[in-house]
Ligand binder design. Structure first.
Ligand SMILES: NC(=O)c1ccc[n+]([C@@H]2O[C@H](COP(=O)([O-])OP(=O)(O)OC[C@H]3O[C@@H](n4cnc5c(N)ncnc54)[C@H](OP(=O)(O)O)[C@@H]3O)[C@@H](O)[C@H]2O)c1
Length: 341
């Protein structure tokens, strides 16, 4: 039975580097009351995403920092449990930016309807949602892989990397995935059809990457930075494209930062005529989200695009799952299931 207790996870203290459990606090309180023209929502699934780590710092970024005591942000699959809104009824299921809490109110703006007959509801937080669109837009609009080119992606079993690899393969490229551990590498090769998979935790990672990319790298989809970027850099081909999507190694992820790669990076940008383009998915959303959704929904439905989820049960376990995700303990899209309250 769904719980009637209101629970939320707030930012208790700012992390210094990698977050720990003391940075979060689980608060309980009275149920929010429904606005006269709005909605009362119950969270079913919460998405855990690397960007949340950045929001915990008090520094300039593309989104405002959280204040201490703020609810941790996040996109959720929610159920409308009461409605005073003309366009939504009790029982409707929508995506909403309601954060790490069991219930929320909404004025109805910024919601996206979901229909379980189209795809499992949780895909709206992963392959058919923000991470999927990030993969699609970064690869299609910036990476632009061509037949026979080599595309490399790290964090390759996550929701962004796994779709990047599958879309690149579909475009006729040779795909090389980088992931943490042999099980993830086996999944890339056996289930997702990558041409090669390399474990970035092994001591001869650089050597293995060189062997996997005999013709160099034409597209490197940057998800992690740090030691992986250092290993990729010497193999980039002339006119290579580098969509810079994420730098999780600098953002509370696993692994220590390496020495400064800026001079080597700038030299490669110049001498190889590289295109490095940072992007945040929402800059492309108005123009391209419908195209992405149409195309990837049908590929998910017919099984040509595969996805994997890593589900943690209970809001109180969200901090631990989030900290683990930053270090690679997740195997697939990190989600929290709140359906039991
Ligand atoms: N620009 C945008 O709009 C946008 C939107 C969404 C996501 N992103 C970025 O895309 C990247 C992937 O996101 P996601 O949601 O798909 O996350 P994810 O892959 O499910 O989780 C992050 C993964 O990063 C890997 N990782 C952590 N530290 C690492 C390190 N030092 N070296 C190599 N790999 C490391 C871990 O996988 P392994 O076990 O394989 O190491 C971990 O599972 C993140 O950087 C995220 O910030 C950007």
């Amino acid at each position: 039975m769904p719980s009637a207790i209101f629970k939320k996870v707030v930012l208790a203290a700012r992390p210094d580097g990698r977050p720990n459990l003391d940075n979060f606090r689980l608060d309980t309180g009275p149920m929010p009351s429904i606005p006269s023209d709005g909605l009362l929502l119950r969270t079913l699934y919460l998405s855990l995403d690397p960007y949340m780590r950045g929001r915990m710092d008090d520094r300039r970024s593309y989104a405002p920092a959280l204040a201490l005591g703020d609810v941790m942000p996040g996109e959720c699959v929610v159920e409308v449990i009461a409605s005073n809104h003309a366009e939504y009824s009790r029982g409707d299921i929508v995506l909403a930016q309601t954060g790490w809490q069991s219930h929320a109110i909404s004025d109805g703006r910024g919601l996206r309807r979901l229909d379980a007959r189209d795809a499992p509801l949780t895909t709206g937080l992963g392959v058919l949602g923000m991470p999927g669109f990030t993969a699609w837009s970064g690869l299609t609009l910036i990476g632009k892989p061509r037949l026979g080119e080599t595309v490399v992606v790290a964090a390759a079993t996550g929701p962004v990397g796994s779709l990047v690899g599958q879309l690149a393969k579909k475009a006729g490229a040779r795909t090389v995935g980088i992931a943490g551990g042999p099980e993830k590498c086996r999944y890339l090769m056996n289930d997702l059809g990558f041409d090669a998979a390399i474990d970035h935790r092994v001591s001869d990672f650089r050597k293995q990457l060189a062997i996997a990319c005999p013709g160099g790298i034409d597209v490197y989809f940057e998800n992690v930075g740090g030691t992986v970027w250092s290993a990729v850099l010497p193999h980039l081909n002339r006119f290579a494209r580098v969509p810079v999507c994420g730098l999780i190694s600098q953002n509370g992820g696993a692994g220590a930062a390496e020495h400064d790669q800026l001079p080597a990076t700038m030299r490669a940008v110049l001498t190889l005529s590289l295109t490095m383009r940072g992007f945040i998915n929402f800059e492309f959303a108005d123009e391209h989200f419908p195209t992405f959704l149409r195309s990837v929904t049908s590929d998910v439905a017919n099984g040509t695009i595969k996805y994997r989820e890593d589900v943690t049960v209970g809001l109180e376990n969200a901090p631990r799952a989030f900290i683990g995700m930053l270090q690679g303990h997740n195997f697939g899209k990190a989600l929290v299931d709140l359906t039991d309250g």
